[in-house]
Ligand binder design. Structure first.
Ligand code: SAH
Ligand code: SF4
Ligand code: F3S
Length: 429
């Protein structure tokens, strides 16, 4: 049985896909990068904006042809669109064999295997289940940089967001399980781990909170870097800042989603902070963690957002000075509280505001990259000539290094998004 995995959406969706691929392999199936060679396609989908959902639906539509080439092939649709639309998906796309919603993330492989067991055993290439589970199986073979989900779901109530309704409320994985998985991943080659959760710093389990968990993971031998995303601004405590500063592996990069710089809009969004409280949080982080780099998320065109409200987002960005930001046009999502408000910012205005924030972000990114030129940065090689700095900047160099190594790079120049440099030989002038 050969399977091919496609992941759409956030890093948690990608991590779900990687975990499922590892579980399939443990069942004796083989991964293929070529859909035409696959007996099964496993797709995880995103529903966060209308556009993301449309992308998933259009891909499912295009897979009709793949399925038609051999009706024994299996198409499995998982993730947030699967959760939101359920059987409406199979009604619209009868070529789907199995729909499994995002609330089952973590158990996708067993659900798929059970739901399709007759079909799978009838498959021409079905392989027997291996007798023994090889050591490390079930842990994605993801190279030196890997993701590790620590919280599933979200218990926040941001008024625009569909995630809590599709993923359900927050559930934290036990500390022991996280430490075991981190250990197994390091054994499998991981050097950098990114802890994932929609509000990753809401973590609490077995008497430990998020800063405690960072300290516990920091002690793991073989781990070189630890990142996390996304922390919620209201939970960025002084204890968290101290853990970032004091832990050897925890990187000086924090993704702190602002969403807006206008108090009235932040209130309607139910984000739980004001513009000033948000900026103070970033300032406290900067005061505790020297040279910390901040990135953010912005939504433009939220219901009733005026030109003056929007200007406040632009001025907030100038004060925050993020190194980068992901900016989105507001998209009304069925069943969210914000969907009850009139989606009254006209599409061309949303477009114009998006272009304006993107231009501001482009300039801030340029300045952040330029500030690195002439300096020496520590890079974790993800391939022989590409890696990232601790602060998250993409970096390329010429002479090959070994993937997984920490190397020192002298930065010569920067493109729009990437630092360019050479390996710094410490003993040459
Ligand atoms: N849990 C994370 C992000 C989850 S979704 C957090 O709270 O930071 C990723 C980003 O998508 C959000 O930060 C937000 O900027 C954007 N987003 C979520 N819902 C949206 C919507 N309905 N319309 C436009 N952007 C949205
Ligand atoms: Fe959505 Fe807010 Fe939860 Fe992030 S914190 S996933 S924006 S509800
Ligand atoms: Fe999308 Fe679901 Fe992630 S809606 S952003 S794939 S949690």
């Amino acid at each position: 049985m050969k399977f091919h995995v496609i992941t759409l959406g956030c890093q948690m969706s990608a991590a779900d896909g990687a975990e499922t691929a590892a579980d399939f392999r443990r069942r004796g199936w083989q991964a293929t990068a070529v859909p035409a060679q696959a007996d099964a396609i496993f797709l995880t989908t995103c529903s966060v904006r209308r556009h993301a959902e449309e992308r998933a639906l259009s891909l499912i539509g295009r897979l009709r042809e793949w399925k038609a080439q051999d009706p024994r092939r299996l198409l499995v649709v998982a993730g947030c669109v699967a959760q939101r639309l359920g059987s409406r998906l199979t009604k619209r796309f009868p070529h789907i064999d199995c729909v499994v919603g995002a609330r089952h993330a973590g158990h996708y492989a067993e659900i798929v295997a059970e739901a399709l067991k007759d079909r799978i055993s009838a498959s021409p290439q079905a392989m027997p289940k291996p007798l023994a589970t090889p050591r490390g199986a079930g842990i994605p073979l993801g190279g030196p940089v890997q993701h590790l989900t620590i919280i599933r779901g979200c218990s926040c109530a941001c008024s625009y967001c569909i995630v809590p309704s599709v993923r359900g409320s927050e559930s934290c994985r036990p500390v022991e399980e996280i430490l075991d998985e981190a250990h197994a991943r390091i054994q499998n080659g991981a050097r950098e781990l990114t802890l994932l959760g929609q509000r990753v710093n809401a973590y609490r389990s077995d008497g430990m909170d998020f800063p405690d968990l960072l300290r516990a993971l920091d002690a793991l031998p073989g781990l070189r870097r630890l990142r996390f995303m996304s922390p919620h601004p209201t939970l960025c405590t002084d204890r968290l800042a101290a853990a970032i500063r004091e832990c050897r592996t925890v990187c000086e990069w924090v993704h702190l989603p602002a969403q807006s710089g206008c108090d009235r809009i932040l209130g309607l969004m139910r984000r739980g902070y004001s513009r000033q409280q948000f900026l103070d949080t970033a300032e406290r982080l900067r005061a505790t963690v020297p040279d910390v780099v901040i990135s953010t998320d912005i939504i433009v065109g939220f219901p009733s957002e005026t030109e003056t409200d929007f200007t406040q987002t632009l001025t907030m960005l100038e004060e925050l000075r993020p190194a980068t930001a992901f900016c989105f046009k507001y998209s009304a999502r069925e069943t969210t509280p914000a969907a009850a408000l009139a989606d009254d910012v006209p599409a061309p205005v949303k477009e114009k505001r998006l272009a304006a924030v993107n231009a501001a972000v482009e300039r801030l990114t340029r300045q952040a990259l330029d500030a690195q030129v002439g300096g020496i940065v520590e890079v974790l090689a993800e391939t022989s000539t590409f890696g990232r700095t601790r602060t998250g900047f993409k970096t390329r160099w010429q002479s090959p290094a070994a993937a997984g190594d920490l190397i020192s790079i002298r930065v010569n120049s920067a493109t729009r998004r990437t630092l360019l440099g050479d390996i710094n030989e410490p003993n040459t002038p």
